[in-house]
Design a protein around this ligand. Sequence first.
Ligand code: SF4
Ligand code: SF4
Length: 437
Amino acid sequence: MAVRTFVGGIHPAQCKYACDAGTVTAPVPARVTVPVGPSWVGYKVLAPKGTEVKVGQKLADNEGFMCVPTHSPVSGKVVDAKPYRAHTGLEFLGITIESDGKQELCEGIAPVEDLDSMTPEEIRNVIREAGMLGMGGAEFPTHVKLSLPQGVKVDTVVVNGGECEPYLTSDHRMMTEKADKVVHGTYIVMRSVGVKRAIIGVEDNKPDAIAALTAAAGKYQGIEVMPLKSSYPQGYEKAIIKATLGREVPPGALPFSVGVVVVNVGTAAAISDRFTTGLPLIKRYVTVSGEAVSRPATVEAYIGTYASELVELCGGVKGELGKAIFGGPMMGVAVPSLDFPITKGTSGIVLLGRQQALFWKEMPCIRCGRCNEVCPMFLQPSEIHKYALAEDMARAEKLFAADCMECGCCSYVCPSKRPLVQSIKLAKQYALARRKK
Ligand code: SF4
Ligand code: SF4
């Protein structure tokens, strides 16, 4: 049987250097800066400067539906709570804690004993209180994703083990080393939305992960592990729904419109951790890789650890650094320095060498159509780009610029090296702002 996939996409070099190195556990950092949010507006700081805190203690919270609390990854003292500019360029409230090295647990941290007698709403509340955000990079609040609008029903949970971005290996290591947790978290998510079927989609270039997950899933009813073709962007929500179930999410719609809820494998494992250990989301797997890293590895690190410390743990910078990226090279964010703390959505820190970070001179469009062929959203990137450059955003919007998933496939294949994704992003922002109005 043919391995399942979506339509379009590309096959960039994988460069998964960190994959065979196993996972390194980062030591407790001397200092962390924990970002509050998804957006910090309206958050109440519960541990102001000078407060002694313990591991798992709530640092800030906001009652808004789209908000989750922030917890301390270390025990120690809050030395600062002030706005800082995050790696994305956006301003966040950061709570800086100096660790006392004792890692004393906060009172009340305890596993959930009675999962099977809990209602879906109670399960979602535990997930919210644990500060769960999408760990694939989007950082969308998980409890919101699992709270379906009135009258909407879904029949399947899709667990995203695509990890199609070059260099990134954190999901691969998670699925191989913590398959039981990924599957247990999948079961909890199924309970939270009331479905009896889940599919864990994994690219077929990760046979060890597929084997580990298949063995773990055998202990549960209704959880299937499905190998998918290795192709970029297989890990994009709409692409993995098409690949696993053959369903197409209409433009502008969300996965629940086709009866599906999607969560990332890292999120599933973190949810399992909360139910089995009581710990909120304070740690994650981060890939530290790239031609300019001495010893690429996947690192289990505390949220709020500075990227520079994780790079040092992997032997430091090797040769001449061309570009540093938070996330993968296709959808990640280039950063001016490593002096930024990791967040719940930081899947990787990729350091490219001079050779890999070469900037190409852009040439006029030769109308070859390659960008149209690879676009997984069936857009016309060259046309949207043309109108965006002409600042004719209304025309760009009519060509569905808002549906661009910013995967970068169009820019990747363009022989003229047109900066397609950058201009389409602008048109998308314009279209989304207009929709909001
Ligand atoms: S237009 Fe958007 S969705 Fe389509 S290939 Fe380009 S970046 Fe990806
Ligand atoms: S791939 Fe580049 S050169 Fe070809 S049509 Fe698209 S924008 Fe033009």
